[in-house]
Each structure stands twice: as structure tokens, then as C-alpha cells.
Write a protein that binds this ligand. Structure first.
Ligand code: SF4
Length: 454
């Protein structure tokens, strides 16, 4: 598909990735923790028996810094840090348990990072068991983990399998050695191969690869080779992310030369080439940057309109109640979001005092709930119907923007529904943003807040 450079220039502006609505820059640090606890108690009760709850556990340590990284991480080679962190997670879980009036039913656990496989297999087991010991594990639970191909051993995989983990996501990013050198992530193909094979041998039923396009030194022949080598390993899902260049918040990104980054046009070509190769290999494009083989749950969820988008990207979300544990973790309980302190020292200090480590969050209004639905519908399904009760606000803030998107061929719409066109699928974030009332009503300087759309 040809995309006019003028169109690319027009829409390649800073815009949220919509892993939440309202997006994090609109949350407040004047966050009422007593109200958060009350909302947590109520929503827990509503959700627990019906669907169970989900847990995200952030494990922040990494042995070396990948320069492109935008995650909350702590670089260290000292594995002595594991013990203190394990104790803090266990204590934080106990603090939240006090707000639960019945035994939590665990439907999902996701270990993210950082590098979860920085922890030894026995320490990972200690963390998970400290949670599951004080809970009921749902018979149809889904436990998943992020692994680094360089340090995920068969011992890790066996320990996680024994704990009920069946999904693993490997950060692969790019197989090209020159790109790996510049991003400081030397990861021989044989390591990715070994980690993938071992996960399957142990019994993991889904292996995901994260790849990134738009990294420094990436070229069209290079990305082609990376995608072909990836296809040979046949991961069940592939997240083919757009690199977010935000050196004002991710300082590691200042460590390489910006001149090595592909232009917006080149970046789009990298994406289109990757997408073409993935489609030819049978991967279905289920939305912004995510691809799945038809046998994978994510594809089925997309087909049946059950796809969801959260802080972990696209998910098949089985619950509406996500508790985040660990430094910088985010909880989403449907009616409110809360984020934990981002510095390890502050996180430890709060937990040590028997206090929740939450420092920032947001309680959704009724209007937020409606517009969150529109944004999720666009991002997850490329379509939304419109509730007549929202028409007054939509006419004022969203419809003028939709008219412009329509003129550019990105949507078809009327006052009852909005449909994203095939061209519009490349600009999902821009289209979703017309329903972002916080963005429309506030003249925030977007540059420090969001990455560019392409
Ligand atoms: S990309 Fe992953 S492994 Fe690299 S520094 Fe970031 S969190 Fe750590």
C-alpha cells in the first residue's frame, strides 16, 4: 500500500498508544488513597467470584542496559538484590489481601520487567508461591512471563511450567548484529533458537516474540532477514512494535546517534515490509503492531470481538480487575487506575511502613467510561458504534476531527458509527485520539508526553 508522504507527515505527530484511557499524563499525584482502597474493596467483590482477578508483577532488574528501552528497570549484576524485592512483593500482596473480603481467585498472572528471568528459578517460584499460597487458582488460569533469550534457562522454564505458566514472551527486537551492537543488546540467534525450542520442549503452549521496527541502523534488507529468521522459529504471536523515540524521558536513548534512526518514511517501509512477510507466512494482523497465527487465542479473541488493550498491549483479557504489584506497576480496576512509586527506594520505604506504594492515579467519570469504550473499540476492532447520549460532546469535539480523517481516507462515519478504512489501520492511534476528550480539551505540550504515531 502506498501512503502519501504528505499524509505521513500530517499524522506522524505525538499521540498516545492508548494502553489506558485516560492516558497516564492526565492522572494525578493528588490521588486519594482512602478512596482508592474503598473502590478496590468494592470492585474486587464485584469481579472476584464472577471472573476472578488478574495480577501483574513487575520484576525490574536487568544485567545490562538496552539503549532503546523505555521500561522501568534497574541495571545491576548483583543478584543479591533478589531477596529484598521478593520480600517487598510478598508484603505488598498481604497489604492488598487485607482489602479483599474473600479469597482471591487468580485467573491471570503476568511476570513482566525488567527481566523476570534475572531472578533464579527458585526465587521465581518463591515469588509466585507467596501469592498463590494465599489465593485460589482458577481452573482455567493463564500464567505468562517475559523472558530474555540470553538468560532464560531450561531450569527457569521447568520451574515456571511447574507453577502453571504456559505462555512466554521473548524480547527479540532484531537479529541483525549491527543493530544489536548499537542498541547494546547482543543476542545471538542461537540463543533465541535454544530458548524457543526449550520452551516448547518443556510444554509452553504459546511463544511470543517482540520485534521492534524503527531502531537505529535498521535497513529494509536487515528487517527482511530478521522477519524471515523469526518465521522459521514460528512463534505463535508476534508483537512488531514501533520504536518510541522519547530521549527526554528514556535517557538511554541518548546513547546512540539520532542520525542512525530511520526517517518516518523509511520506518513505515520497514513496517510494511515486515507486515507483508508476516502475512505471507500466515500471521494475521489483529491490530496496531500485533500479529498472531490463526491457532492462537489472540486471533480467536480478535475474531470474536473479545480483544482488549491494556498496559501489556493487546490481550484476551479474562477479567476486568488487574492488580499491579512491584515498583512502578499499574493497577486497573475498571473504575480507577493507580500506579506504584517508580523508584525502588521509595517503593521499599512505603511497603516497609505497611503502606500501599501507590503515588498516582485516576478515578474515571461516567464520560470517561463512555469514551474509553470508543477508544478501545477503535484500537481493538477498527469500528465503534456511537451512543446517542454522547452526541452533544462528540459534535463539539470529535466530529470535526472525524471529518478531516474522512477527507484523508482514514475513516467512514456517520452519527451512529465509525469504521476505520484499510488505510486508516496504519493510523489507529490518531483515529482513537479524536475520542480522547482530555487531549482535545487540554492544550498540553504533547512532545514530552507521547511518542510519534509512526
Ligand atoms: S529492554 Fe528489557 S532487558 Fe533491555 S534494559 Fe529494557 S527491560 Fe531490561
Amino acid at each position: 500500500m502506498n501512503i502519501e508522504p504528505t499524509l505521513l507527515g500530517k499524522y506522524n505527530v505525538p499521540v498516545p498508544r492508548y494502553t489506558s484511557y485516560p492516558t497516564v499524563p492526565f492522572w494525578t499525584e493528588e490521588f486519594d488513597i482512602a478512596r482508592w482502597k474503598e473502590a478496590f474493596r468494592e470492585e474486587f467483590l464485584k469481579n472476584n467470584v464472577q471472573n476472578g482477578i488478574s495480577l501483574y508483577i513487575h520484576l525490574p532488574f536487568c544485567e545490562s542496559l538496552c539503549t532503546y528501552c523505555g521500561c522501568n528497570k534497574k541495571i545491576t549484576t548483583n543478584h543479591g538484590v533478589e531477596g529484598e524485592y521478593i520480600n517487598a512483593i510478598s508484603k505488598e500482596w498481604k497489604l492488598y489481601k487485607q482489602l479483599m473480603s474473600e479469597s482471591p481467585i487468580l485467573r491471570e498472572i503476568h511476570l513482566g520487567g525488567g527481566t523476570p528471568t534475572f531472578f533464579s528459578p527458585s526465587n521465581l517460584a518463591t515469588i509466585v508461591e507467596s501469592i498463590t499460597r494465599r489465593a485460589v487458582v482458577h481452573p482455567h488460569h493463564e500464567f505468562s512471563v517475559e523472558g530474555h533469550p540470553n538468560n532464560t534457562t531450561k531450569h527457569h522454564l521447568k520451574a515456571l511450567y511447574d507453577l502453571g505458566f504456559r505462555r512466554i514472551s521473548y524480547g527479540v527486537q532484531d537479529h541483525d548484529q549491527e543493530v544489536q551492537r548499537v542498541i547494546n543488546r547482543i543476542q545471538p540467534l542461537e540463543n533465541v533458537h535454544r530458548a524457543t525450542e526449550e520452551a516448547r520442549e518443556v510444554g509452553f503452549r504459546s511463544v511470543n516474540f517482540d520485534l521492534i521496527y524503527g531502531l537505529p541502523k535498521q535497513t529494509l534488507p536487515g528487517i527482511e532477514k530478521t522477519i524471515q529468521q523469526t518465521i522459521e522459529l514460528k512463534p505463535d504471536r508476534i508483537a512488531f512494535y514501533s520504536y518510541a523515540h522519547v530521549p527526554w524521558t528514556s535517557r538511554g536513548q541518548r546513547l546512540f546517534d539520532e542520525n542512525d534512526l530511520p526517517s518516518a518514511q523509511e520506518k513505515l517501509e520497514l513496517y510494511l515490509k515486515g507486515k507483508e512477510l508476516l502475512a505471507a507466512a500466515g500471521y494475521v494482523d489483529i491490530g496496531m503492531d500485533h500479529f498472531a497465527l490463526p491457532a492462537d487465542d489472540l486471533y480467536e479473541a480478535w475474531l470474536n470481538g473479545r480483544l482488549h488493550r491494556s498496559f501489556m498491549g493487546y490481550t484476551t483479557q479474562r477479567t476486568s480487575f488487574l492488580l499491579g504489584l512491584g515498583v512502578s506497576s499499574i493497577s486497573d480496576i475498571g473504575v480507577a487506575f493507580a500506579q506504584n512509586r517508580k523508584s525502588l527506594r521509595e517503593y521499599y520505604e512505603a511497603i516497609e511502613k505497611d503502606e500501599l506504594a501507590v503515588f498516582k492515579g485516576y478515578f474515571l467519570s461516567e464520560e470517561d467510561m463512555s469514551f474509553k469504550k470508543y477508544i478501545l473499540n477503535i484500537i481493538c476492532g477498527g469500528f465503534t458504534s456511537i451512543d446517542p447520549s454522547d452526541l452533544a460532546v462528540l459534535r463539539e469535539l470529535s466530529f470535526p476531527l472525524l471529518k478531516e480523517l474522512e477527507e484523508d481516507g482514514l475513516v467512514e462515519w456517520n452519527e451512529k458509527e465509525v469504521i476505520v478504512t484499510s488505510l486508516g489501520r496504519h493510523f489507529l492511534r490518531n483515529i482513537a485520539s479524536v475520542f480522547d476528550l482530555h487531549l482535545q480539551r487540554n492544550s498540553l505540550d504533547a512532545k514530552p508526553l507521547f511518542s510519534k504515531a509512526i
